[in-house]
Design a protein around this ligand. Structure first.
Ligand code: 2BA
Length: 109
């Protein structure tokens, strides 16, 4: 068995939940926050048998779009006064960031 950890944008989370549930996957959603943008995103935990792993990843790919987001980041120290000046940074986020890890045991007790 494998555990998929998929970090997706909040905008895609509802659609992805429905898609996965309709195909019989068990899903847990966590409300998470990206370290760079400091904005909310959604992390899915999906336990799958190995023969369904690639199909699950295909569903994630289809449901998650990449988008541009603007973040306000502090610049490095400006001048000798040590003042931080915020400036906008445009980054392309997602579709999805996916980790696949081996599950040593899966038990429901
Ligand atoms: P954030 O950390 O908020 O990052 C949002 C987007 O900002 C990233 O999109 C990337 O395009 C950009 N970005 C991140 N760090 C950057 C940096 N140091 N300099 C310039 N741009 C940077 P994605 O790569 O699609 O990542 C989306 C979210 O997935 C991330 O949100 C984070 O929550 C998670 N993530 C991505 N890679 C990860 C990793 N290796 N480990 C854990 N979480 C990760």
């Amino acid at each position: 068995m494998k555990l998929i950890i998929a970090i997706v944008q909040d905008e895609d989370a509802q659609r992805l939940t429905s898609t996965l549930m309709n195909d019989g996957y068990s899903v847990t959603k966590l409300a998470t926050t990206g370290g760079f943008l400091r904005a909310g995103n959604t992390t899915f935990l999906i336990g799958v048998d190995e023969d369904r792993l690639e199909h699950a990843i295909e569903l994630i790919e289809k449901a998650c779009k990449s988008r541009k987001q603007v973040a306000t980041s502090p610049s490095p120290v400006a001048g000798a006064a040590g003042v931080y000046v915020p400036y906008p940074v445009e980054v392309t986020v997602g579709g999805a960031t996916i980790f696949v890890v081996d599950v040593e045991q899966f038990r429901k007790v």
